[in-house]
Write a protein that binds this ligand. Structure first.
Ligand SMILES: [Fe+2]
Ligand SMILES: [Fe+2]
Length: 166
């Protein structure tokens, strides 16, 4: 029932909707949600899918996907240090969107079909395990971010250690 492709594609659609919503409203909370969703999604994929994909299906393809995740993480890190109302923030969000859309396209049109073709028997099991792991990771990341979150529309700067602030 919980096929990994269904699960990950639902995440992709949700992130695309959030990017659209951010473009329409410029709402910093929506941007925060984009970054959280992407972080959870990337961890789930890296922990549960990319290793298997690398070992059994396409090593180079997995390395490329990891590189694209890193690109997104670097952009998210930059966003975390920016004033959410600035032009730089909006243009970095636009770069993140472009990067993520490209990555989503490759996953859905190359990686997922190849994975399904090579390892059809693992697909359903993987999906079931992902549901549980996703919940754990999201709770963990929400907890981490809540600690360092700063009001987005004031000049107050986070004073926490690097990586914890929004
Ligand atoms: Fe990915
Ligand atoms: Fe993905």
């Amino acid at each position: 029932m919980s096929h990994f492709i269904t699960l990950l594609s639902e995440d992709h659609r949700r992130v695309e909707d959030l990017f659209k919503q951010y473009e329409e409203t410029g709402d910093a909370q929506v941007a925060l949600q984009v970054c959280l969703e992407l972080s959870v999604h990337a961890m789930v994929e890296e922990e549960m899918l990319y290793g298997l994909y690398s070992a059994k299906v396409d090593n180079a393809g997995a390395a490329e996907a990891r590189g694209e995740h890193q690109e997104a993480k670097d952009l998210i890190l930059q966003l975390e240090g920016m004033d959410t109302g600035s032009d730089a923030f909006a243009s970095t969000m636009a770069r993140l969107k472009e990067s993520v859309y490209h990555h989503i396209d490759e996953e859905e049109h190359q990686m997922f079909p190849k994975m399904l073709e090579k390892l059809p028997e693992t697909s359903e099991i993987l999906g079931q395990e992902m549901v549980a792991r996703r919940v754990e990771i999201e709770a963990q990341l929400r907890g981490d971010r809540a600690v360092g979150m700063a009001p987005s529309t004031t000049s107050q700067k986070p004073t926490n250690s690097p990586g914890s602030g929004w």
